[in-house]
Design a protein around this ligand. Structure first.
Ligand code: IVH
Length: 668
């Protein structure tokens, strides 16, 4: 992609993402979180490739919500930070140890609170009168939503304090109670309106509605969790909370002062089972250093304070009815049973489906249609059925029967060699398998033709315009233009996307071909080892298994693929269309000095573009990943590195180096 094209695409993406961001916060999302992430990822990719084209209004330059034009933007008195998270008692122990090390020989008490799942607000009182309420925004400035916040009952418009001339800031979590959320969704269902996904989103959206009456109807609530006032008499966080309580601000009575780790663990264990019974969703607890002077001395990192940490509970496990099971055909013919569930709200999202994976999983769970099952959902992971509530099983529950024939092409299904899966052997003709393999070919880690979504593939296939991936490169303007949903520009975009895919590296082309058992990293390994497809296709079994990471199953899959006459024709056609079946000179590693080393890069470099830096590392055998983890060896930073990456590297003790250091390392 050249710079001009990138510029146009970046502008389009910014506009689109900002639009979806805005309507998301208004509680009216039009696309799924996944689709949103895809847009954002594409933008990040382009911005990484062309850092000079990063625009100020890019969503990548803002944290969290973007400010909307409908409200005045107001700067926060001090930044609204977020909390770093921990997920286990070991992590909490380590955190407390760190704090003890930072404040040696001091007695440190903690204050534990629940972590309410809503939207952060800053409430400002001047001369004891409610002056303004601001959303978190980008952490530095947010939207003035005072009028909407005034609809929150129990939010005092005036407080009776001794601080007549002072500014008092209260930080709080605005939220919608579970009860109000359920009622709201019930009403929407009756009206045939789209249901809200979770109380957190609706809260953020409601705070930014333009119609105050509508906000009022939504009965938002809040809990205050921080008082900031310039008064040396208030020495602890606890005293601040008690003060807020006295002034009549809402405080959840669930807090507890904890003097040691044991008390903190007790608090964690106490609330885990009880959280279902709370009127508001929580996703964990917050552990805060109680003494304000100690808080001050501990200070903050760029995004989060050192004096507090969140402990996140494991995802909620709820029970629901398994109404039916349907069977889906995958790209390589595997039949996957999918449980259709009675919709249930788990960890803030409505879950309707869960994968049952394979026959062994069904056996292991001993699950039947009509059973009441326990479902767990965590982060982005696909919801999982963890067990069956056997106490609720009745005579109507039916054992799950795998179909004998493919639900799509009706071919007789067979078991895989290891009996772990059932699959449709009709790989050449089964329409679902063909469409899925084209979708895989076009996917982000493969040929990255993002204009080619499942719906377009479906239409092209139905119109008999494509039956395999090589046909994509024969498509003409008139073929696409006549499809439903295509106009002149979208047709051009798709054709451009297909054309641009000819630049994709052989490493990804190999992955795109979709050989069984060969994922992204193995494709890359094989491409680097064999350099081109002819070397790979002529390798024999012995040679293949001599490569580290290639086992017998993978070797056999490679041999099978290249023996197949249809595949031979396909590759010939793709070669003819100038798809890369060979590594370019600059993709071939020059040395192995960085072998096994994992790098993350951040910021803009003086002597290298980002792509050049990546090539430098790869050409010397190093590996690049996008986020810092405990496996990272080095974080290479340029100008304006991402603060999150820096923080994480700092926390995990990862070496941070600059562009000179990396050149030094390679010279060695
Ligand atoms: S204290 C420096 N206490 O969690 C941040 N935050 O990731 C100090 N939250 O957006 C925040 N309950 O809105 C604190 N009891 C609580 C909280 C809480 C919920 C939210 C807060 C913030 C996010 C932090």
């Amino acid at each position: 992609m050249n710079e001009n094209k990138a510029k146009i695409e970046i502008s389009k993406l910014i506009k689109l993402i900002n639009y979806h961001n805005k309507i998301y916060y208004e509680g009216k999302p039009e696309i799924t979180d996944y689709q949103f992430d895809q847009l954002l990822k594409r933008l990040i990719k382009l911005e990484n490739q062309f850092p000079d084209l990063i625009q100020k209004n890019s969503p990548t330059q803002n944290v969290g919500e973007t400010s909307t034009k409908n409200f005045d933007t107001v700067k926060h008195l001090y930044p609204m930070l977020s909390l770093s998270n921990s997920y286990s008692k070991e992590e909490v122990t380590k955190y407390i140890e760190r704090i003890n090390k930072l404040l040696p020989e001091e007695k440190i008490s903690f204050f534990c609170e629940l972590k309410f799942d809503g939207s952060a607000i800053s409430i400002i009182y001047e001369n004891n009168k409610l002056n303004r309420v601001i959303t978190r925004g980008d952490g530095t400035q947010g939207d003035n939503i005072t009028e909407n916040a005034k609809t929150i009952k129990n939010l005092p418009h005036e407080i009776n304090t001794l601080y007549n001339e002072k500014t008092i800031e209260v930080r709080a979590e605005a939220f919608m109670s579970k009860k109000v959320f359920d009622k709201l969704n019930k009403e929407r269902k009756i009206l045939g309106e789209k249901l809200f996904a979770n109380p957190r989103n609706v809260t953020a959206g409601t705070l930014k509605l333009l119609d105050k009456k509508e906000v009022s109807k939504r009965s938002l609530d809040y809990y205050s969790y921080t008082l900031t006032i310039d008064d040396s008499n208030i020495k602890t966080h606890e005293e601040g909370i008690k003060q807020l309580e006295k002034w009549g601000l809402n405080i959840s009575k669930t807090y507890k002062k904890c003097d040691n780790l044991e008390d903190i663990f007790k608090y964690i264990d106490h609330w885990e089972p009880l959280r279902q019974t709370l009127p508001v969703e929580i996703d964990g607890i917050v552990i805060k250093v109680n003494n304000l002077n100690q808080q001050k001395r501990l200070g903050s990192r760029s995004k989060s304070p050192r004096w507090a940490i969140a402990f996140k509970y494991k995802p909620e496990n709820l029970s629901t009815l398994l109404e039916s099971v349907t069977f889906q055909v995958g790209r390589i013919g595997t039949i996957t049973p999918v449980a259709n569930l009675k919709p249930v709200l788990i960890s803030g999202t409505i879950v309707k489906r869960a994968s049952l994976h394979n026959p062994n999983e069904i056996k292991r769970l001993d699950v039947r249609e009509g059973d009441t099952v326990f479902v767990e959902k965590g982060g982005e992971i696909i919801p999982k059925i963890t067990s069956v509530d056997l106490g609720k099983r009745n005579s109507k529950c039916k054992p799950i029967k795998y179909p004998e024939y493919c639900p799509d092409c009706k071919t007789k299904l067979i078991s895989s060699e290891d009996q772990a899966n059932i699959y449709c052997p009709n790989s050449k003709k089964c329409p679902t398998q063909i469409k899925e393999s084209i979708f895989h070919f076009a996917s982000r880690n493969a040929m990255d033709i993002r204009e080619l979504g499942p719906q377009t593939i479906e239409r092209l296939y139905d119109q008999r315009l494509i039956k395999n991936v090589a046909d994509l490169y024969d498509l003409k303007f008139s073929d696409i233009y006549k499809l439903e949903g295509f106009k002149e520009q979208s047709t051009r975009n798709l054709l451009d996307g297909i054309e641009t895919s000819k630049n994709i590296s052989f490493k990804k082309v190999l992955f795109a071909l979709g050989l069984r058992h060969i994922g992204v990293s193995l494709s890359e390994k094989l491409a680097l080892h064999y350099k081109n497809i002819d070397n790979l296709s002529s390798a024999d079994f012995e040679e293949l298994i001599s490569i580290h990471e290639v086992g017998e199953r993978v070797a056999q899959s490679i041999l099978d693929y290249f023996e197949d006459s249809d595949n031979k024709i396909l590759i010939k056609r793709l070669k003819h269309k100038n798809i890369n079946f060979e590594l370019k000179e600059d993709e071939i590693p020059k040395s192995n000095i960085l072998e096994e080393k994992i790098f993350v890069i951040s910021g803009v470099f003086n002597n290298f573009t980002r792509e050049e830096m990546k090539s430098l590392i790869k050409n010397n055998g190093g590996k690049i990943v996008t986020s810092v983890s405990k496996n990272t060896d080095y974080l290479i930073i340029g100008n304006n590195p991402g603060p999150q990456k820096l923080d994480k590297a700092d926390k995990l003790d990862i070496r941070t180096i600059n562009e000179d250091d990396i050149q030094e390392l390679i010279k060695k």
